[in-house]
Design a protein around this ligand. Structure first.
Ligand SMILES: *[C@@H]1O[C@H](CO)[C@@H](O)[C@H](O)[C@H]1NC(C)=O
Ligand SMILES: *[C@@H]1O[C@H](CO)[C@@H](O)[C@H](O)[C@H]1NC(C)=O
Ligand SMILES: *[C@@H]1O[C@H](CO)[C@@H](O)[C@H](O)[C@H]1NC(C)=O
Ligand SMILES: *[C@@H]1O[C@H](CO)[C@@H](O)[C@H](O)[C@H]1NC(C)=O
Length: 395
């Protein structure tokens, strides 16, 4: 530990030394570099980040953690807890945060960087580089490898704005929003290669009032995935590709499961993705449901399964005794979905035999395959089609 870090154990002294207040705004700024972090990416900066957070958190004024330009190594899993914070926390990142080249140092933790129990958080800018390639190679080799860490997770928090953050090459997911309320992610850039395993872009679960706006996501798995218990979600002006598209699910693994409702996905582009708009549920008994979903103004380019509901999900026929999904899907609208499919079947709605989909609405869905019309396949799906339809509706 450096002498500055030691002196920082005495809080008030630290404030005198490191809180740079701008009188007009009364914001104290805690600069990780001034606290001892090296910007050359070689020395573990975890403790300096945690110290800056602790000081900002204890500040009576609005306070920010500031990360200047440069590369900062965070070689352990870190948790920024907001439990004792007095005010909204601000983290301004002009630099890049890098994970250790030895993936084992973080790969057994759920998250590399975790925000927990924060009430009021603004994060602006910054790049997270998890350097996931070595772990992907381990997974591809068939050896026993750790699962990998999600690059950044927001847990049990509310009133969050993340703006202009870039995340590249995560070990597992890039971003998770879990048990949060009122969270806005905007101008997010996520990228990992198309063949990187489980590198989902943004996963949202058990959360209310999450919006994802003006973001670009390219990954090896779902660009955005919506898990159980997700309510009032707004996704707008997002581009996805490569990746597995925008996915609700997998849902219905648990018998008792909260549903997904009030989801809007608007003005989204999907290019060269495996799926476009997918709802996927396990073929298992469950109290889960999906209702009130609007997909509007969606452009597809060379998407393998543009519109897909798959309620028969049961890989290797394992763990699905009755082989029927209990998840009830209702009121799902596809409005103005256009572009190209990479396969002849552009619309596939495979609903539950025991709980058929209801209130499916297709309006102006125009998808072509090699310049030719596409086809649709439905089972246990009820609803209406209107406007221009290609494929011809199977409802
Ligand atoms: C900043 O703090 C000073 C002293 O506490 C106070 O007089 C002033 O009104 C504050 N300014 C703002 C913009 O809040
Ligand atoms: C913050 O405010 C409390 C209560 O007003 C006070 O006791 C404490 O010393 C202040 N902390 C700092 C660092 O100024
Ligand atoms: C989110 O809202 C729900 C419902 O009002 C509440 O029970 C929960 O505690 C809130 N969570 C947070 C982190 O604010
Ligand atoms: C879903 O949206 C509707 C209409 O905006 C609203 O009335 C309802 O309360 C929302 N449901 C939940 C669970 O928030």
């Amino acid at each position: 530990m450096s002498s500055t870090a030691i002196s920082c154990l005495v809080m008030t002294l630290c404030f005198t030394l490191f809180a740079h207040s701008t009188y007009s705004q009364n914001i104290s700024s805690f600069n990780v570099q001034k606290l001892g972090a090296k910007a050359d990416g070689t020395l573990d900066a975890s403790q300096f980040f945690l110290t800056a957070w602790r000081l900002a958190c204890a500040s009576n004024n609005s306070a920010q953690v500031y990360v200047p330009p440069g590369r900062y190594l965070i070689s352990t899993a870190v948790v920024f807890s907001g439990y004792y914070c007095k005010r909204t926390m601000v983290m301004r990142i002009d630099g890049t945060i890098v994970a250790p080249t030895n993936y084992n140092l973080i790969a057994n933790s759920e998250n590399w960087i975790k925000f927990d129990n924060v009430r009021g958080l603004y994060i602006t800018g910054g790049t997270l580089d998890a350097q996931g390639a070595a772990l992907w190679a381990c997974k591809a080799s068939g050896k026993t490898c750790p699962q990998g860490a999600t690059s950044v997770g927001f847990y049990s928090s509310r009133n969050i704005v993340v703006s202009g953050l870039r995340s590249i090459n995560s070990q597992m997911f890039h971003m998770i929003v879990y048990k949060c309320n009122n969270t806005k992610l905007q101008g997010i850039k996520i990228s990992a290669p198309a063949d990187s395993p489980n590198t989902d872009g943004i996963h949202v679960q058990l959360s209310t009032g999450v919006s994802i706006l003006s973001s670009q996501i390219g990954t090896g798995d779902d660009c955005i995935s919506i898990g159980p218990g997700t309510v009032n979600t707004w996704i707008e002006s997002v581009s996805c590709g490569p990746g597995h598209g925008i996915s609700i699910g997998s849902l219905g693994w648990d018998l008792q499961e909260p549903g997904v409702q009030n989801l809007t996905v608007k003005t989204v582009t999907l290019r060269d993705t495996d799926n476009g708009l997918r709802i996927k549920t396990w073929a298992r008994s469950s109290t889960g449901f999906v209702k009130n979903v609007l997909f509007q103004h969606i452009a597809m380019g060379n998407v393998r399964n543009p519109i897909l509901i798959d309620q028969d999900y049961c890989p290797n026929n394992l763990n699905c005794p009755g082989q029927v999904s209990g998840v009830k899907i209702s009121n799902v609208i596809y409005q103005d979905v256009h572009g190209t499919s990479a396969t002849p079947v552009a619309l596939s709605l495979q609903c539950s035999r025991d709980y058929p989909c209801s209130g499916i609405r297709l309006e102006d869905v125009v998808l072509t395959y090699n310049g030719l019309p596409t086809t649709a396949s439905c089972s246990y799906a009820a609803g209406t089609a209107s406007g221009v339809m290609n494929p011809t509706s199977c409802l």
